[in-house]
Structures are given as C-alpha cells and as structure tokens.
Design a protein around this ligand. Structure first.
Ligand SMILES: Cc1cc2nc3c(=O)[nH]c(=O)nc-3n(C[C@H](O)[C@H](O)[C@H](O)COP(=O)(O)OP(=O)(O)OC[C@H]3O[C@@H](n4cnc5c(N)ncnc54)[C@H](O)[C@@H]3O)c2cc1C
Length: 250
C-alpha cells in the first residue's frame, strides 16, 4: 500500500479496467524460492504504465477467484514480455498458484495500477530502500531515475536474509560502474527478512538521520509488513517532508 493507494484500491480499480490475458513465455528462478515469470499479452496491447506499478492477477483458489497484486519488475521501455518477480510465502496460496504456472499457461489480470510510481527522478538526492523481492518496483524506478537528466546522487540500499535473495545484483553493479551518481549498497545475512529490514532501518538512521542535517532528500521504500511503516515514520519524524517519503507496504 502507499499513501495514495490504500489497500482496497487494487480491488476497486480492478472492477473498472478491462481484463488482459497474457501467456507465460519464460520462467527464471533467481533462487529455490524466488521466481520471475515473463508475460506476453495475447491480444490487447499492454496499457501505458509507469515504473513501480503493479497488475492485479486473478487467481483461482478453492473454487473462488481471488485477486493478488504483483509489481511489474521490468521497465516500460522493455516492452513485452514484461516481468513479475515473486517468492514463496509460508501458507501463501496466491504465491503457490503462481509457482505452479508453466510455460504456455495463460493468466488474466487488470491494470497496471498504482500510486507508488516514479515518472522522472526528483530534483534532489534520491534514496531507494528495499528488501528481497520488494526490489520489484524499485528496479524500474532506479533505471528511470538514471535515464533522466539530473546528476543528483542516487543510492539503492538493498537488503536480504541471504545473498541469493539479492536479486539483479549484476545489473545494479553494472549500473554503478556506468553512472558515477549511482551507489549500490547491498547487504545480505541474518536469520530472516525481518532482521534484514531492521538492518536497513539502522543503516538509514545512521546515514540520513544521524549523518547530517540535510533534509532535502527523497525516499522510495518498499517491503513486506510493518517495518516499512517504521522506516517511513523514522524519516518523516526526522524532518523529511511527508511527500518526499514514498512507500509501499506488501
Ligand atoms: C501493491 C502490491 C504489490 C505487490 N507486488 C508483489 C511482487 O511483485 N512480488 C511479490 O512476491 N509479492 C508482491 N505483493 C504481495 C502479493 O500480492 C501477495 O500478498 C503475496 O504473494 C502473498 O500472497 P498469498 O496469497 O500467497 O498469501 P496470503 O495468504 O495472502 O498471505 C499474505 C501475507 O503474506 C505477506 N506477504 C506479502 N508479500 C509477501 C512476500 N513477497 N514475502 C513474504 N510475505 C509476504 C503479507 O504481508 C501477509 O501477511 C504485492 C503486494 C502489494 C500490495
């Protein structure tokens, strides 16, 4: 969820948008529990969307159709197929359904939707912070920000419980060699994703709260559960403008 997109919004918006069918044309396993599907719409063209937006996928569960949001992890400029990236969730029926999709299977979705999006880089230093698969909206945002004319510093603070859960590492390392303004700060280790997020919060506090009195930075935060809100509140409470701290909680 984000400030402008409360939890009920995907379901409400889904009712007013046409359904799009897409075929699974490629499957890539990042780790034993983390996968990307590459999806090609079968008829309708993909509507225009911004980096960070998600699609609402119809998932058949126990005789009912449920809707789950999944972020487009590729960039609009990449065209189709587009990519979604997800991980197994303990007891998570939606994630298990996605893992059961095979090459050639078709899925249905509405969208793209979402207010946690970046059309162009803010005219200020920009910090992206994510854990695990919550890199999905951040990856196309970072690419879009680096494609812009601004030369303000851009930092990606990216954490996970283990190295295999730092996704797209080679791509971010390559971007850091190509763009002097881009700083890629991965950190892996610890018992679980929650501990990894606590480490991200501590690092953000050290660098951008205790580190100096500059409060002109913009932040884009994504992750699972209440730690995202803890980080949001830390930054806003430290004096960053409310509208400069963008976030999405899964
Ligand atoms: C705007 C938005 C975009 C999203 N984009 C993605 C995406 O790109 N990739 C993705 O994997 N998930 C994404 N999610 C989460 C996804 O929609 C599902 O909630 C997730 O796959 C679990 O669904 P489920 O039916 O398997 O489990 P449920 O039984 O519905 O379990 C939900 C529980 O799982 C937690 N949860 C949600 N996502 C994760 C996760 N990735 N890992 C561990 N726990 C999780 C929730 O906080 C909640 O407590 C997004 C959520 C939102 C709101």
């Amino acid at each position: 969820m984000s400030d402008a997109a409360p939890p009920s919004r995907p379901a409400a918006a889904a009712r007013t948008r046409p359904t799009i069918r897409a075929r699974v044309v490629r499957i890539f396993d990042h780790a034993d529990d983390t996968r990307s599907l590459f999806l090609a719409p079968t008829a309708a063209a993909m509507p225009r969307y911004l980096p960070g937006m998600f699609i609402s996928i119809a998932i058949a569960l126990g005789g009912e159709t449920r809707v789950r949001p999944y972020t487009i992890a590729s960039s609009p400029e990449d065209g189709t197929p587009f990519e979604i990236c997800f991980n197994r969730v303990p007891g998570g029926a939606g994630a298990a359904w996605l893992f059961a999709r095979a090459l050639g299977d078709e899925i249905e979705f509405t969208g793209p939707f979402g207010a946690f999006a970046l059309e162009r880089a803010p005219a200020a230093e920009t910090i992206f912070i994510a854990e695990g698969t919550a890199i999905a909206p951040i990856r196309p945002m970072v690419r879009r920000a680096l494609a812009g004319a601004h030369r303000n510093a851009i930092t990606l603070l990216y954490g996970a419980d283990r190295a295999a859960h730092i996704l797209y590492r080679a791509e971010f390392e390559q971007l850091a060699t190509e763009h002097a303004q881009f700083h890629f700060v991965p950190s892996a280790g610890g018992p679980d994703a929650d501990a990894a997020y606590v480490r991200l919060i501590d690092e953000a506090r050290r660098r951008w709260v205790a580190g100096d009195a500059d409060r002109s930075r913009h932040f884009y935060l994504c992750g699972v559960g209440p730690r995202v809100l803890e980080l949001r509140d830390l930054l806003r409470g430290a004096g960053y403008e409310r509208r400069a701290v963008h976030y999405e909680q899964w």
